[in-house]
Design a protein around this ligand. Structure first.
Ligand code: HEC
Ligand code: HEC
Ligand code: HEC
Ligand code: HEC
Ligand code: HEC
Ligand code: HEC
Ligand code: HEC
Length: 322
């Protein structure tokens, strides 16, 4: 049993003892006693669509107050398109280590299920039991192989009954609250509010997305981004053929739209060492004590473009002035 599960068990026991009902506890062993004679289709926590055919045999065992129902089933699995899309995304491969060699500081956003509390004062006051039971100490460094990344259950409510089914309902699993109950979800009023739980500025983590004051202000993150593959492109709405040819010349094929249309005054330039390669808005941020400079997609855009932002006298890339 992992440290986290052990603590959760302690918390569960304490909660039951004190008769404080705060929702479900991890490793809850109640399972559904529904017996179906036909075919049941369930989407499980892992996102795999499981088609369960119940043959009608139901065995119910009761061990020290816990009811376990075992069914005789034939199971076939198929990967859902959402899971396939997610698997190739940055959310499925979010492993990071801080300059101090730890994963915990980064976990609330990079791997919420691996997060380990180090400061009791951040817990809700109502959770007196958790405060007593959680042993603060040096959080474990989670290895890449065990890292849970940003899985389905972070953004989708998992219905604990009958057996942890993933629902399409969108909500946020707050890692802080998850410590004392894995079924506590925070409601979000729209998809953007969910994305902004992590894509936000928090202390030195500057991951907020500024949609500026142009026509895009009212757009949802998911109007442009697929929530699973995370892919987005400007031309999915502004088809190249609809753009003015005078302002959109072939010589700029490697210049990203946002490098010209950025309204936030970011640095612009080639992403790599080659002037012939991709040009984008660039940014330097400090993450966990390390400076990271690179391609950064400005979301704060405007129609107006200044040619001299790149084509200025004495520019380091040898671009002509016009
Ligand atoms: C508040 C939430 C949050 C915390 C805490 C956080 N990150 Fe991130 N991190 C993000 C988000 C969101 C992105 C993706 C942002 C983007 O690409 O604009 C990201 C991206 C990154 C990237 C990729 C940057 C790139 O351009 O490729 C690295 C590296 C990174 N984080 C490291 C860390 C480390 C190390 C820690 C802990 C010391 C940490 N982060 C803590 C939210 C967070
Ligand atoms: C970062 C958050 C996030 C993660 C992680 C995530 N989803 Fe979603 N998912 C969403 C959002 C947001 C929507 C709603 C999209 C919309 O409004 O059109 C959604 C919609 C869905 C839908 C409904 C699609 C439809 O067309 O109605 C399914 C099914 C789904 N997700 C499955 C999954 C599975 C399986 C996983 C894990 C492999 C997963 N999601 C991971 C955010 C997420
Ligand atoms: C639990 C925190 C969390 C939530 C919620 C979340 N993200 Fe992320 N997202 C991250 C982190 C962390 C990264 C950086 C992963 C990495 O590269 O290490 C990231 C990366 C991304 C990227 C960069 C992809 C790339 O290839 O560089 C996009 C785009 C993105 N997220 C969009 C979204 C959208 C859209 C939503 C809402 C539907 C969302 N995210 C919700 C934490 C989150
Ligand atoms: C989901 C659809 C969608 C996507 C994707 C999208 N836009 Fe737009 N954009 C619009 C709409 C709608 C308008 C307002 C009507 C118009 O001018 O076409 C707009 C307006 C604009 C304008 C004119 C701004 C103004 O205030 O007059 C620019 C420039 C622009 N978009 C650039 C971009 C760039 C660059 C990207 C990629 C980063 C992008 N758009 C992605 C829908 C989108
Ligand atoms: C080299 C700089 C540059 C690049 C790269 C660029 N644009 Fe533009 N764009 C302009 C200029 C200049 C205008 C005209 C601005 C004005 O009228 O004030 C313009 C105008 C627009 C407009 C207003 C309608 C129109 O067609 O004139 C939209 C929408 C737009 N751009 C979207 C995009 C998108 C999407 C991309 C990427 C596919 C892109 N731009 C790439 C320079 C650029
Ligand atoms: C108008 C369309 C549009 C909207 C709205 C939008 N994005 Fe993006 N976003 C894009 C495009 C286009 C890219 C560039 C994709 C690529 O790499 O080619 C992008 C890139 C990103 C990246 C990668 C950043 C990087 O520097 O590599 C992150 C993270 C991101 N978006 C998060 C968000 C979040 C979170 C929201 C909502 C708050 C959001 N986006 C809203 C169009 C949009
Ligand atoms: C974000 C940087 C950037 C902006 C802003 C920009 N350009 Fe360029 N421009 C480039 C790059 C990069 C090239 C390609 C250079 C190469 O391939 O050698 C280029 C090439 C050109 C060329 C063809 C080569 C030459 O110099 O004769 C013309 C013409 C040009 N740009 C005109 C403009 C005009 C007009 C504007 C303003 C509407 C503009 N550019 C805005 C980066 C930019």
């Amino acid at each position: 049993m992992s440290a986290r599960n052990f603590v959760k068990l302690l918390v569960c026991i304490s909660i039951i003892t004190l008769l404080i009902v705060v929702g479900g506890c991890k490793n809850k062993t109640e399972t559904s006693t529904t017996t179906t004679s036909g075919t049941t289709t369930t989407t499980t926590t892992s996102g795999t669509t499981t088609t369960t055919t119940t043959s009608g045999t139901t065995t119910t065992t009761t061990t020290s107050g816990t009811t376990t129902t075992t069914k005789t089933t034939t199971t076939t699995t198929a990967t859902s398109p959402e899971r396939q899309a997610w698997q190739g995304s940055a959310h499925a491969a979010s492993y990071v280590v801080s300059s101090a060699g730890t994963t915990n500081e980064c976990a609330p956003c990079h791997s919420p299920l691996d997060w380990y509390p180090t400061d009791k004062s951040t817990f809700p006051q109502s959770c007196a039991v958790c405060l007593a039971a959680i042993p603060l100490g040096t959080p474990p460094v989670v290895s890449k192989a065990d890292y849970q990344s940003i899985g389905c259950q972070i953004c989708h409510v998992v219905d604990p009954y009958p057996n942890g089914q993933l629902t399409t309902q969108v909500a946020w699993l707050n890692s802080l609250l998850y410590w004392y109950s894995n079924n506590v979800y925070e409601a979000v009023s729209n998809n953007t509010e969910l994305c902004r739980k992590c894509h936000t500025n928090q202390g030195t983590y500057l991951f907020g997305i500024d949609l500026g004051s142009s026509s895009h202000t009212s757009k949802q993150c998911t109007d442009c981004h697929d929530p699973h593959s995370l892919q987005a492109s400007c031309t999915q709405c502004h088809a190249t053929a609809t753009l003015s040819t005078a302002n959109h010349i072939a010589s700029h094929a490697n210049v990203d739209c946002w490098a010209c249309h950025d309204a936030s005054g970011l640095t612009v330039g080639p992403v790599g060492s080659s002037v012939q390669g991709e040009w984008s808005t660039l940014r330097t941020i400090v993450v966990g004590g390390v400076n990271i400079t690179g391609r950064y997609v400005s979301h704060n855009l405007q129609k107006q473009v200044s040619c001299t932002r790149c084509h200025y006298a004495g520019n380091p890339w040898g671009l002509k002035t016009h």
